[in-house]
Ligand binder design. Structure first.
Ligand SMILES: Nc1nc2c(ncn2[C@@H]2O[C@H](COP(=O)(O)OP(=O)(O)OP(=O)(O)O)[C@@H](O)[C@H]2O)c(=O)[nH]1
Ligand SMILES: [Mg+2]
Length: 389
């Protein structure tokens, strides 16, 4: 028995168990009664295969037996706006309301400054929406829009992380469970991929980017081992494909076909897709949910509570930096156009003045000529009159 701050902690050593070891089963039953909400977001440079991976996840055994083609038809064109895909999954009485958020790729612009801003705002807005709902008197139908996991797609350059990746990952990792993935693993040789992963891990460590790590204090040794093996593979290399192809040994698999063979999505020697799926869906979905609740949402809530009064609406940032840049460019273009038009107007004005002067001079000359003619006529008339007399 030990006393801590006036509280008494007791350790019972009776042979009769009190039943707390049954808690995991209770959790099982609770979980099967109310469906869990799970939201996954994909983020990364343009063309790294985000949309393809979502389709790959949807069409493999994420939900066997359900035809998702109707619910979500594959479209592999450039994603231009945030796309929200919803699905209800059910397996052995467990129900999960899954939401996948596909975002447009960034990095297409010459100046990519602040390109992370819409992504960060999106995640904050979901926290805000949940917080506002929590503050309402009636909270039965509360909808949880918070993002539980964010897959960050790293382009398979084989070098290291780009400064833009570091910047975006830093900002995301303070708000959401960040899971970095090396996209298009089939484009790198196994050695290059291993070296690339090492370098990424180094950069992540050097810049103190907090990526999601499954808890290692699991109940049993096997789960702890599994968590450790998942961590060792981070960042997960992935291959996305929506097509079934035939391997040389006659199997039909989801993969990408090359002249020298097939890169298989679900082959652990080819990529870590299975590990990633396991982390997201099979083994660590609840950890991702509770980490969001306890760490990221709590940090958001605290920061907001410190800066505004209870129930006060959030001050909306009016402008997005990229829109601001566009606005400035438009304003510059407008000013240039006005200057050009003004110049043209001035030239035209000067031309008109010169023309007016010329015409005035003409008029003066004509006037002078008329005056002279009149004088001549008068003198002629005078001389005629004098002759008549
Ligand atoms: N080699 C290879 N190509 C891939 C892989 N995944 C996707 N692709 C190809 O890469 C191209 C772009 O894929 P998308 O899924 O549209 O990329 P995205 O990241 O959604 O692109 P944005 O929406 O523009 O940001 C397509 O031609 C895909 O077929 C992969 O794992 N390996
Ligand atoms: Mg896309």
């Amino acid at each position: 028995m030990a006393a801590v701050d006036g509280m008494t902690t007791m350790t019972t050593t009776t042979t009769e168990p009190i039943g707390i070891s049954n808690l995991p089963n209770q959790r099982h039953r609770i979980a099967s009664r109310t469906p869990a909400n799970f939201t996954l977001m994909v983020v990364g440079e343009s063309g790294t295969g985000k949309t393809t991976l979502i389709n790959t996840l949807f069409r493999t055994d994420l939900a066997p037996g359900i035809d998702y083609a109707q619910r979500y038809t594959a479209h592999l064109d450039k994603t231009v706006e945030v796309d929200v895909i919803r699905a209800e999954l059910e397996e052995k009485q467990f129900r999960v309301n899954l939401t996948v958020i596909d975002t447009p790729g960034f990095g297409d612009y010459v100046n990519n400054r602040d390109c992370w801003s819409p992504l960060v705002d999106f995640i904050d807005d979901q926290h805000e929406s949940y917080m506002r709902q929590e503050q309402q008197p009636v909270r039965q139908n509360i909808r949880d829009p918070r993002v539980h996991a964010c897959l960050y797609f790293i382009a398979p350059t084989g070098h290291t992380l780009k400064p833009l990746d570091i910047e975006v990952m830093k900002r995301l990792s303070s708000r959401v469970n960040l899971i970095p993935v090396v996209a298009k693993a089939d484009t790198l040789t196994p050695n290059d991929l291993a070296r690339f992963k090492d370098r990424i891990r180094d950069v992540i460590h050097t810049h103190s980017i907090r990526v999601f790590a499954p808890p290692l204090d699991a109940i049993d040794e096997a789960s702890a081992d599994h968590a450790r093996s998942l961590m060792a593979s981070m960042p997960f290399s992935i291959i996305g494909s929506t097509k079934d192809v035939r391997t040389r040994d006659g199997r039909t698999v989801r993969g990408r076909e090359y002249v020298w063979g097939v890169a298989e999505v679900e082959n652990e020697n080819h990529c870590d897709f299975k590990k990633l799926r396991s982390l997201l869906i099979r083994t660590h979905m609840l950890d991702l949910i509770s980490n969001t609740e306890e760490l990221h949402y709590e940090a958001y809530r605290q920061a907001q509570m410190e800066t505004r009064k209870y129930g006060e609406p959030k001050v909306k940032k009016v402008e997005n930096p990229r829109f601001k840049e566009e606005e400035e460019a438009l304003r510059r273009k407008f000013t240039d156009q006005v200057k050009l038009e003004e110049g043209r107007f001035r030239q035209w004005e000067q031309h008109l003045i010169a023309e007016r002067d010329r015409l005035n001079k003409d008029l003066e000359m004509t006037h002078g000529a008329i005056k002279q003619l009149e004088a001549e006529i008068e003198s002629m008339q005078m001389s005629a009159r004098a002759q008549r007399r």
